[in-house]
Design a protein around this ligand. Structure first.
Ligand code: SF4
Ligand code: SF4
Length: 349
């Protein structure tokens, strides 16, 4: 018989590092575009799984000497290779027990709403009145909270007692009714986010607002996080630096790392945005604020179960002095669309 206990055991044996289960009623009141029942109307449970990012994968960026490993093995490789295999294999077991199961182990680039919750213009429409427009976006961090995997920190990152902010999340939506876990704030686990604001202070582009917040109610719990400037994060993520100039949706993804409205960041040593690794792996900023600073803060408070013999930050954080370098090299054009676009040398006229 399929039980929550057997599902969790299987998930861990297949590669998940943390697992928790939520009953579908916890999504009552969810916006239509983010409601799992729009995808699977007979869904009974959601299974959320955390896949740890190796602390060692952050070491090269922390030292300023090796950036690709976090992007490949800590980001794109987990999201687009390792996690899909685990969620698909677990779904096979659930479906062999007679219940439909939908594996979601990637980012939903087809989603109708963007990360800010706004609809993409002229993108898709409902197939009939009363249904969501495709694709519905399940917010993985909110799903994790509703399954009891952890808290949502001020940074809007999922914080778990096992790894702090250091994981990616995959979920399964299933028609199987499984014993749910309590939400993390209802357990006697330690407070994970203590509002230390290290994430705000160390984010290289100020993408996490230190005063303006977003408040939501999730299954009866008031949850609040800092307003996130996703456009600024997108740029810093690729190694640029957002300026005060507004960027259109188009420009957000097609502007080279330096150039119109994008400055040079002291937090990258690259002249051009490096090639993506495993589809979206291009995390040049190395999650300096939302992951590294937060992890350091949580580890220092002793609220992370995955402990190490030595502390993470061992040397003074580096910055790059670009002041002696020439301005943005105008011989670059962007090739490709969306977040996968990469800069290339401009062809000769
Ligand atoms: S850095 Fe501090 S304030 Fe920010 S999410 Fe982590 S614990 Fe919360
Ligand atoms: S990924 Fe980088 S830019 Fe974005 S919020 Fe985190 S620290 Fe800030």
């Amino acid at each position: 018989m399929l039980t929550a206990e057997t599902v969790k055991k299987m998930a861990k044996s297949m590669g998940a590092d943390a697992v928790a289960i939520g009953n579908i009623e916890r999504w009552e009141g969810a916006p239509t575009q983010m409601d799992p029942r729009q995808i699977m109307p007979e869904a009974r449970s959601v299974i959320a799984m955390g896949f740890r990012v190796m602390r060692g994968s952050l070491r090269g960026i922390e030292e300023g000497t090796f950036f690709s490993n976090y992007s490949a093995m800590g980001y794109g490789g987990i999201t687009y290779l390792y996690m899909p295999m685990t969620v698909i294999n677990l779904c096979k077991e659930i479906e062999d027990s007679g219940y439909e199961a939908l594996p979601m182990g990637h980012q939903s680039d087809w989603r109708m709403i963007d990360a800010d919750g706004f609809g993409r213009k002229n993108y898709s429409r409902p197939v009939e009145a009363g249904r969501a427009s495709p694709d519905v976006m399940i917010q993985l961090r909110i799903a994790s909270f509703l399954c009891g995997l952890g808290e949502i920190g001020y940074s809007k990152m999922l914080l778990t007692p096992q790894f702090g902010p250091r994981q990616r999340v995959g979920i399964i939506i299933t028609e199987a009714e499984l014993e749910p876990d309590p939400l993390y704030p209802d357990t006697d686990g330690p407070e994970l986010c203590n509002r230390c604001m290290a994430c705000v202070k160390e984010c290289p582009t100020g993408a996490i607002n230190g005063t303006k917040t977003i408040k939501v109610n999730l299954a009866g719990h008031d949850v609040e996080w800092g307003e996130i400037d996703c456009a600024a994060c997108d740029i810093a993520f690729r190694g640029g630096l957002a300026t005060d100039e507004e960027l259109s949706e188009e420009e957000r993804y097609t502007t080279p790392m330096f150039g119109k409205n994008v400055g040079r960041s002291p937090h990258t040593p690259f002249y051009k945005k490096p090639r993506n690794l495993y589809n979206t792996g291009q995390a040049v900023c190395g999650a300096r604020g939302c992951t590294r600073a937060c992890m350091i803060s949580m580890e220092s408070r002793g609220v992370v179960e995955n402990t190490f013999k030595d502390k993470f930050r061992r040397r003074k954080p580096w910055t790059v002095d670009w002041s002696t370098e020439p301005e943005y090299p105008s011989d670059l054009v962007m090739k490709g669309d969306g977040p996968s676009a990469t800069p290339e040398a401009k062809p000769a006229d």
